[in-house]
Design a protein around this ligand. Structure first.
Ligand SMILES: CN(C)C(=N)NCCC[C@H](N)C(=O)O
Length: 374
């Protein structure tokens, strides 16, 4: 590939990224956090708490890597097509390849680019999920200080394989869907272009756009799984694999919404749990996920897999941020939200993506709860 094509691909890819990244951030947050009621709510909250910069978190690594990732994709696609059809790029105008060959070449390109993309995508997703404002005086610093610190922390805490967390889901997402992308693109170009001619710029633009839509519609279910698996290492929530992640019931939404939906849930109006050093509530109140060693959930056949959560629900008028005043805690069972909850006397905190540093490290700081519900 000539240098000019590489640079042109880099610049156009980077431009596309800058325009699309804010939407990507909203998408990633909605896929992995249960704090938001929808797209608009996520946009408003992100803007209010983090300003416009919140939408651009995690963008630098994708910009730096887009040229390499795209040249792997398009380079492998082109070479695979050459191997399958024995026709060069120029000859293909007169002898168009079959859609089967286009699909196989696209899948091959998608498969290999997914492996190059995996570590960059993981870092992007982790940074996009940091909801702390960048410059907040007195507030706790975010978990990761930037992409390099994020990569180094993952490497240290989760090992080199940690950098490829979610890579299988990403590969399964991109292999068939990039095949679909190239087939849709070819089909649209051929419909709009007389035989033997090159497609016009408008055709390329429109066909690229529609091929992108088609491929993303099919890619989205696995994209959700991929993002959740990528966040799992941070949340200390382990999935047993892709299927486990697909079948796991997502945590219910926090705050008033859940209570409105499940008013039969027992409410905790007692004093907040105590944790050495810090109040276990973040700036917005919200959810504190707790794990017990022996959770007891009536009607659960596999009690070990049942997770308990504690929800801080704010009553009106809104209390000061970081305050438990006028709030109450409500226990809920992630898997069985309708079941009565037996209050544990001691729980261990599991960091939640919403408020990952609200509770200091689980192992070192057990949290004590009062034992009876009022
Ligand atoms: C249709 N599909 C699945 C793709 N186009 N895949 C490649 C996308 C890579 C991009 N940086 C992203 O993950 O958003």
């Amino acid at each position: 590939m000539p240098v000019e094509e590489f640079v042109a691909g880099w610049i156009s890819g980077a431009l596309g990224l800058v325009l699309g990244h804010p939407f990507d951030t909203v998408k990633v947050r909605l896929q992995t956090q249960s704090t938001y009621r929808g797209i608009i709510d996520c946009m408003v909250k992100t803007y209010r708490h983090e300003s416009i910069l919140g939408f651009f978190k995690g963008m630098s690594f994708p910009i730096a890597s887009i040229a390499v990732v795209n040249s792997v994709l398009f380079g492998v696609y082109s070479n695979a097509l050459l191997a399958l059809t024995a026709t060069s790029h120029h000859e293909r105008r007169l002898q168009p390849p079959s859609y089967t060959h286009v699909f196989i070449a696209g899948c091959t390109g998608g498969f290999l680019q997914a492996y190059c993309l995996a570590p960059f995508d993981l870092i992007k997703v982790r940074l996009q999920n940091q909801t702390e404002p960048r410059a907040r005086q007195g507030g706790p610093p975010p978990r990761y200080r930037g992409p390099v610190h994020c990569a180094a922390s993952i490497f240290q805490e989760e090992g080199p394989r940690g950098l490829f967390r979610g890579a299988w889901a990403l590969t399964l997402r991109d292999t068939p869907t990039l095949g679909i992308y190239f087939v849709s693109y070819e089909w649209l170009c051929r419909q709009a272009t007389p035989g033997g001619q090159n497609p016009s710029s408008t055709t390329v633009l429109v066909a690229g756009g529609f091929a992108g839509i088609t491929s993303w519609v099919t890619a989205t279910p696995l994209d959700v799984i991929k993002s959740r698996m990528q966040m799992a290492g941070l949340e200390q929530r382990e999935y047993q694999g892709l299927l486990d992640c697909m079948l796991r019931v997502p945590p219910p939404p926090v705050g008033m919404r859940l209570h409105r939906r499940c008013p039969q849930l027992p409410r905790w109006d007692g004093p907040p749990p105590t944790c050495p050093g810090r109040r276990p509530s973040g700036k917005h109140g919200g959810e504190i996920s707790m794990r017990e060693s022996q959770p007891s959930c009536p009607g659960t056949s596999r009690p070990g897999r049942c997770r308990w959560g504690w929800e801080v629900v704010r009553s009106r008028p809104r209390p000061r941020p970081d305050s438990f005043v006028n709030s109450y805690l409500k226990p809920w069972c992630w898997r069985h939200p309708g079941h009565p909850v037996t209050l544990p006397s001691t729980c261990q905190a599991a960091n939640s993506p919403l408020d990952s540093r609200a509770v200091p490290s689980a192992a070192s700081h057990p949290i004590s709860f009062p034992t009876s519900s009022p």
